[in-house]
Ligand binder design. Structure first.
Ligand code: NAD
Ligand code: DAU
Length: 351
């Protein structure tokens, strides 16, 4: 079996669902259930004995060690993290705690477990760390996309904490020989994404007639990847990646934020022809330290692991919008008091 951390979050729950759709290998899912973790994402597995959910913290060494001893997983996929850049600007402490210290403690427990495995199990074991393109910093408009050799220049507390965790993972390979893999992926979108991130926030706000807050001039560029493509890239890297290597994952879909928001407005209009969603767009103060552009060169994973995204942005964004339109109860349920507090804090002054 495999151990997935953060498997009740956006990418984690998509990964667990996708994994069990493709294979009968069991998944232990360790998740703290922070505001971003949601067991409703996994309700289709509630009667499925292949999914074992455990509420807990990757930073709780004794719990992690006990889980490893009990279930003897052949691999760990580390997705648990604080993941929202704006929250890291308002309060970095949780990011340091989970992304740096949590990853460190998870590595310690993993190393102690791995060291005692027999030689075949030791050789076959993998620790796959899911990271981000944000560790590479910001690109100017005409600079080439990030390769795996690009230097680390993280600019936000979030990306600095992820960069830190990447360095720790690398060091556990270099120093102790732990068979690690690191993936650095661009912006994901798709079902179950918490509506604090750009795409679901815009869909959810538009559907309730609220302003669509675009930071600054909206010309910041991100590369967008449909979440199930990220899941297939993680599976492929686990299967065929070389220990100690890092793999960039991207969708070859660079787009300015304003274009994303305009596309969402246009697609929603197909379902609500009488509503003028574009008039809801409102430029607001920019994010402090806002990275101007990310772009991923995904040639290495394509060439060495034969992975390519299956979705285009045009197909993925349609699927995403349909998912939110068809799952309005999920949206209502996640918009708790704590969510409203976050919206008031980050978008103070917006109606
Ligand atoms: P998310 O915020 O939706 O989910 C994170 C999950 O981790 C939640 O279920 C949360 O409860 C859990 N968690 C948080 N702290 C924990 C802890 N200490 N112990 C155990 N569980 C904990 O995040 P996401 O968007 O699904 O991102 C998952 C991973 O992928 C993160 O490591 C993130 O840095 C990385 N990533 C995300 C994107 C993206 O666009 N969302 C892109 C590239 C990489
Ligand atoms: O690049 C990968 C990263 O993508 C992941 O590592 C992060 O976990 C994930 O959150 C995401 O980070 P971003 O900061 O790029 O994503 P976000 O959805 O928060 O913002 C996308 C862009 O949209 C960014 O340029 C900021 C802008 N934005 C965002 C929000 C929430 C707005 O203009 N308005 C908004 O209200």
């Amino acid at each position: 079996m495999i151990l997935v951390t953060g498997g009740a979050g956006f990418i984690g729950s998509n990964f667990v669902l996708d994994w069990l759709a493709q294979s009968d290998e069991k998944v232990i899912n360790l998740d703290k259930l922070t505001y971003a973790g949601n067991l409703r994402n996994l309700s289709s597995l509630s009667q499925d004995s292949r999914h074992i959910f455990v509420q807990g913290d990757i930073g709780d060494s004794s719990q992690v060690s006990q889980l490893l001893a009990q279930y003897q997983p052949r691999a760990i996929i580390n997705l648990a993290a604080e993941s929202h850049v704006d929250r890291s600007i308002h309060g970095p402490a949780d990011f340091i705690q989970t992304n740096i210290l949590g990853t460190f403690r998870l590595l310690e427990a993993t190393h102690a477990y791995w060291r005692e495995l027999d030689s075949t199990a030791k050789q076959n074991f993998r620790f796959l760390h899911v990271s981000t393109d944000e560790v590479y910093g910001s690109l100017a408009k005409n600079e080439p996309a990030f390769t795996e050799e690009h230097c680390y220049q993280p600019n936000s507390p979030y990306s600095a904490s992820k960069a830190s965790s990447d360095h720790l993972v690398r060091a556990y390979h270099h120093t102790y020989g732990l068979p690690v893999l690191t993936t650095n992926c661009s912006n994901n979108y798709g079902p179950f994404q918490f509506p604090e991130k750009l795409i679901p926030l815009m869909i959810v706000n538009a559907l309730t007639g609220k302003p669509l807050p675009v930071y600054g001039d909206g010309q910041q560029i991100r590369d967008w990847l449909y979440v199930t493509d990220h899941c297939s890239a993680i599976r492929r890297t686990l299967e065929a990646g070389i220990p100690g290597e890092t793999y960039n994952i991207g969708g070859w879909n660079e787009k300015p934020n304003i274009e994303i928001v305009q596309t969402i407005c246009a697609l929603l209009k197909e379902s609500y022809p009488d509503t003028d969603f574009h008039s809801l767009i409102k430029h607001v103060d920019d994010r402090p330290g806002h990275d101007r552009r990310y772009a991923i060169n995904a040639t290495k994973i394509e060439r060495e692991l034969n992975w390519r995204p299956a979705e285009t942005f045009a197909s993925g964004i349609r699927k995403t919008i349909h998912w939110y339109l068809n799952n309005q109860q999920w949206v209502t349920d996640v918009q708790t008091g704590a969510y409203q507090e976050w919206i008031s804090k980050n978008y103070a002054g917006l109606p």
